[in-house]
Write a protein that binds this ligand. Structure first.
Ligand code: PEP
Ligand code: MG
Length: 582
């Protein structure tokens, strides 16, 4: 029995799974050249036309299967049809068959490799994607040459797909997804088309592992932890039992999910809303399953990823309507697109900025690019007609900016002869949150975006690991700002949530309830955990405990936070089915 091997890769789609290794795809590189005689030329060219037609049918079939899934932009598959019809590609394959007298497979590989080399040489992310599109089409054509009928393949047992070349959408689409536990691959990033598809089917993916065949053999047991990017080949009993612990945690988590599909009250009877942060319509399904009391943040930028142009009002309308229908009459806060910073759509002509997070972003862009702003607002208002929805504006700095934005929303609503929606501010810029009181008369609700707020207050980039030690949600000065904001909202009877990651960290739940927070907005799978904690807290005791917060300066926060949680929760946190180290 060979020993366990642990391979380290990049987590591309999170989750974990285990199964036996199933190898997919040979490398596209030509290994041997097969020649033909002159009289075979006609047959090879006819066969080329046949397999192109078969491939085209296959892609159309995928597109029609996926068209019911509104979150997947099927235009990512249209590109393959373009390649199949590309005169340069067809011409070069035919020329290679006729002049070099190579068989069809050799000719397709030679020509594809030429294209791939040119795309790779360009070096940009765009051409890298084109290069993997070429791999996809080449492999698809060759699979038909090998009399692969292109039908969906099923497995008898759970498998881990081991993809030996660039990971492409067909790798997911041509197999029975219910049996694919995870994917391990040599290359392919988080935003590759294949990763987007895998994510939509909740299939964990770890990428970036070279020489996979040196470590894994077909049929080997493989355990993939795509939270951390670890791949265990032939895992030892210890690792397997830790994995079982994850599985039993998963069972306990399922029980919590069922338990918390109802409102939660603190031990002393205060109702607390726990809403979901989502990006896709599918996330709204997960939110419902996890017991969300509504949706507190829809990050609409997702609508822009992989698009070559700004989605029309109709496309946006369908997307919002689908989310609102899934929200099933519960409140839903749709945030206007937060373009800029690290989220720059391909089609957007963003001028160079030295400091993009401090630059032209979100409302700052919208107030200048009115057509973008008005299109999104019109789509949301139309979609929201029969639903409980509200609009939230990110990156507001001054009251004047907010008043200008609200005037645009009012004019769009008036043009559509529809009701002005409820509108609120995402407080994530220090100037705005420090001036919250002045916003109170002008807004319908508030939310605190701790992710950006912390980075702007601490001058520590949220994406920079080097300065991560400064990026601290429980820094006493930060807690005081949050406390004052919550108090300001509560004193004014203003609904306020926290939708930054701080609210989703269960170490902070008791603290936030003590500070007076009554609405959390977190990623869906955290909801049952947060609700379970809330049910165990006495809000009065929590408020009393945090009233001494000013005295904690100087105490290491890990220590006072642990003490606070121990005092308010006993051993509740230890008993939760939350992730364990593998
Ligand atoms: C935030 O900044 O806390 C927030 C919710 O917005 P995002 O993470 O999308 O910037
Ligand atoms: Mg933000």
């Amino acid at each position: 029995m060979r020993k366990e091997t642990r391979l380290n890769g990049i987590p591309v789609v999170s989750g974990w799974g285990a199964g036996s290794a199933y190898f997919v795809g040979r490398a596209v590189q030509q290994t041997s050249t097969v020649s033909i005689s002159r009289q075979d030329i006609g047959d090879e060219i006819m066969r080329f036309n046949e397999i192109r037609e078969m491939a085209r049918k296959d892609y159309r079939q995928y597109i029609s299967e996926l068209s019911s899934n509104t979150s997947i932009d099927t235009s990512i598959l249209n590109i393959y049809e373009h390649i199949l019809d590309d005169p340069a590609f067809i011409g070069q394959v035919v020329e290679t068959v006729t002049t070099k007298l190579y068989d069809l497979e050799t000719s397709i590989r030679v020509v594809s490799n030429e294209f791939i080399k040119r795309f790779d040489a360009a070096g940009t992310a765009y051409f890298k994607e084109r290069s993997s599109d070429m791999v996809e089409v080449c492999e698809k054509l060759i699979s038909f040459l090998h009399r692969d009928d292109g039908r969906m393949k099923t497995f008898l047992e759970p498998v881990v797909l081991v993809v030996l070349r660039t990971f492409t959408p067909t790798d997911i689409l041509s197999y029975d997804k219910s049996k694919i536990e995870a994917v391990v691959t040599t290359s392919g990033g988080k935003t590759s088309h294949a990763a987007i598809l895998a994510r939509s089917y909740s299939i964990p993916v770890v990428s970036g592992i070279p020489n996979l065949t040196d470590h894994i053999r077909p049929g080997d047991q493989v355990l993939v932890d795509a939270e951390k990017g670890h791949v265990f080949v032939r895992p030892t009993a210890t690792v397997r039992s830790r994995y079982k612990r994850l599985a039993s945690d998963a069972a306990a988590f399922e029980r919590l999910k069922t338990k918390w599909r109802r409102p939660v009250y603190t031990h002393d009877g205060i109702q607390i809303d726990v809403l979901a942060n989502i990006s896709l319509p599918e996330d709204a399904d997960e939110a419902r399953e996890c017991g969300a009391d509504g949706i507190g943040l829809v990050r609409t930028e997702y609508l822009l990823s992989n698009r070559k142009e700004m989605p029309s009002e109709q496309i946006q309308y369908k997307y919002y309507r689908s989310i609102l229908e899934k929200a099933n009459k519960k409140p839903c806060v749709i945030r206007l697109m937060d373009i800029g910073g690290d989220k720059i759509p391909k089609f957007f002509d963003m001028p160079f900025e030295f400091n993009p997070f401090m630059g032209w972003r979100a409302i700052r862009i919208f107030l200048e690019q009115r057509d973008l702003f008005e299109t999104q607002v019109a789509a949301i208002i139309r979609a929201g007609e029969k639903h409980d929805y509200a609009i939230m504006i990110p990156m507001v700095t001054t009251l004047q900016e907010w008043l200008d934005a609200k005037a645009v929303i009012a004019s769009v609503a008036a043009k559509l002869s529809m009701k002005m929606p409820r509108c609120g501010v995402l407080f994530e810029v220090p100037l705005a949150i420090l001036e919250m009181e002045t916003f109170m008369k002008e807004i319908d609700f508030a939310s605190i975006g701790t992710n950006d707020l912390i980075q702007y207050l601490s001058a520590a980039d949220r994406n920079n690991a080097k300065v991560n030690y400064l990026y601290n949600p429980v820094e006493p000065a930060f807690i005081r700002i949050v406390r004052n904001a919550i108090k300001c909202a509560n004193d004014n009877g203003m609904p306020l949530s926290i939708c930054g990651e701080m609210a989703g960290n269960w170490m902070h739940t008791a603290l936030l309830v003590g500070l007076g927070l009554r609405r959390f907005s977190v990623i869906p799978r955290t909801i049952p955990i947060i609700k379970e904690i809330i049910a165990n807290i006495s809000s009065a005791k929590a408020a009393e405990s945090v009233s001494h917060i000013d005295a904690i300066s100087g105490t290491p926060e890990a220590q006072w936070l642990a003490n606070l949680n121990r005092r308010l929760l006993g051993d509740v946190l230890e008993r939760l089915p939350v992730e364990v180290e593998v």
